[in-house]
Design a protein around this ligand. Sequence first.
Ligand SMILES: Cc1cc2nc3c(=O)[nH]c(=O)nc-3n(C[C@H](O)[C@H](O)[C@H](O)COP(=O)(O)OP(=O)(O)OC[C@H]3O[C@@H](n4cnc5c(N)ncnc54)[C@H](O)[C@@H]3O)c2cc1C
Length: 381
Amino acid sequence: MMQAESLDVLVVGAGPAGSSAARAAARGGARVLVVEKRRQVGLPVQCAEFVPQQLIHLLQVPPRCIAQQIRQMRTVLPDGRIIDKPVRGCVLDRALFDRHLAVLARQAGAELRVGWTAIECNAGEVLLRRGHQEARVQAQVIVGADGPHSTVAQWVGQSQTDFVHGAEVEVVLPEPREYTEVYFDPLYRGGYGWLFPKGETANVGVAVNVRTGGRPGAALDQLCDRLGLPPAAVVGHLGGPVPVGGPVACLRDGNVLLVGDAAGLAHPITGGGIAPAVISGQLAGQAVAQAIAGRRPGCAGSLSTRVGSDDGRPPAPGTGQPALPGRALERRPSRPECCRRRDLDRIPGLWLAETGHINYKGATMESPQHVQISMAAAKGP
Ligand SMILES: Cc1cc2nc3c(=O)[nH]c(=O)nc-3n(C[C@H](O)[C@H](O)[C@H](O)COP(=O)(O)OP(=O)(O)OC[C@H]3O[C@@H](n4cnc5c(N)ncnc54)[C@H](O)[C@@H]3O)c2cc1C
């Protein structure tokens, strides 16, 4: 039996959450290994790639990772009403962005192994596999940054079940478009349709709730027809699940932390998950580095008290404990609020409220503004 490699932190997944966690932990002096099951970080892209402007600075997105600047958003409601409002943001080049974050993690000292999948965890040892090769790793802390169908979340009984399913094409545009477009329609029930321009092409997609009979493929065909975009304009297909059930009940279990989509941090109404992934990753990485430093000989403190309370919630204010990913959630929509998505007709109204807009069909929400929350979380107490 091969001997397990011993390290401080194992990060599973090199998406925005994993690379951000790895970078922060490595910067704080921890020995970090990131394993990524794909053979290339960031590919294939499974995202519509929009990020609001406030987050561009926060995430320190380099200009080369930005495909197009956006100044306006058009929302088309099911009754045909069109609402235009100034919304500044960017459509990213997600493949470049993810790779950029992985490079930063490496430069901070983290080791990255691509093509390796985390398979199982037995008595604290994680089995990794690449083809016929196997390796075992024993880490003081495991960060689960492995996306919506997280294997690590399964290990700690935090799998998510509430998703909408995205289907998207990248299409060549007949002419450049300056604003993002969002469509609500009975066919996209439980989600919405979008056109996010990126220069000569655009991401056109739908996210629908398949449990209530939504059919992503049919809805996407309908949206492309509606927008006058023929199949011959398609240069790529993609898709994937977006968690919409809100944060998992427990962000930490023993020495396992969950971040990003693995923790259910994508916004339950808009589906935006890039910023929460980066922020929760950073917070987790910082907390873990401090915990590990405190455990080394000559330093005070123990991992369990520093990483957080046993129920996975953030530590009480004033305890002097490091920031946790949980802090990012303190003022996010609560789980019951997210679950009101069951009333699917309210989603356009929730969307408008969430993007700081009007009421729709009486659906009001005392909406914490997602961006402000994320900013507040990043600034810390
Ligand atoms: C169709 C669609 C459109 C979207 N549009 C937007 C948008 O416009 N704006 C926005 O903000 N968000 C959007 N999102 C959400 C956003 O893409 C996610 O919230 C974000 O990628 C979450 O980052 P993450 O690092 O948590 O997870 P991911 O980006 O999913 O990264 C997880 C990584 O873990 C790896 N992995 C998984 N399992 C294992 C394993 N066992 N071992 C090793 N590696 C593993 C995966 O290969 C992956 O690279 C969209 C999502 C979808 C599906």
